[in-house]
Structure formats: C-alpha cells, structure tokens
Design a protein around this ligand. Structure first.
Ligand SMILES: [Zn+2]
Length: 89
C-alpha cells in the first residue's frame, strides 16, 4: 500500500474541479466525477492513501464534507432534496 501511495494522484489531490470548486480540508477534498450518473454527482476523497488507517477525525471529516456539498446543491436547486452517498473502497 505504501508503495502505491507515492505516485497516487488522489493523495495529491490531482483531480478535476467540481461544480462548486474544490472543497478542501486538511483531511479530505471534493472532485468532479468525470462520468456522472446525474446532474449533481461529486466524488470525495480522503488525503490518506490507506483508507483503513483513517482515524476518527479523518473519517468524520470525510463523511461530513458531502453534507456541506449537499447543502450547496440544495441552495442552487431546491428540487434536489434527497441526497445519496455511495461509499466505495
Ligand atoms: Zn492515494
């Protein structure tokens, strides 16, 4: 796992910018989805390469960022009021 992290674009945040720019914290960030399933479809990444090594604060941060993003979507278009998170490892 540590060998693959040194060239990992996701760890470095080298991803496409989403519709609200790149939301970022010290532990996670948002990215555009290049193959969206709908009008609003964003990706959220932890900065730590090995997901199983996230601590509580890092995991909580990653889970909270989409909520902030959902709020922005709702402000832009109030028809989108049923958010959905898909968790993928
Ligand atoms: Zn990585």
């Amino acid at each position: 796992m540590s060998e693959s992290s040194k060239d990992c674009d996701f760890c470095k945040g080298k991803t496409a910018t989403g519709i609200f720019g790149k939301m970022q914290t010290n532990y996670s960030y948002s990215s555009a989805n290049l193959f969206p399933m709908g009008e609003y479809h964003e990706l959220f990444f932890a900065r730590k390469h090995d997901f199983l090594k996230l601590d509580y604060v890092e995991f909580k941060d990653l889970m909270y960022m989409p909520i902030k993003w959902f709020e922005k979507v709702f402000q832009k278009n109030s028809n989108f009021k049923y958010p959905c998170k898909i968790f993928d490892l």
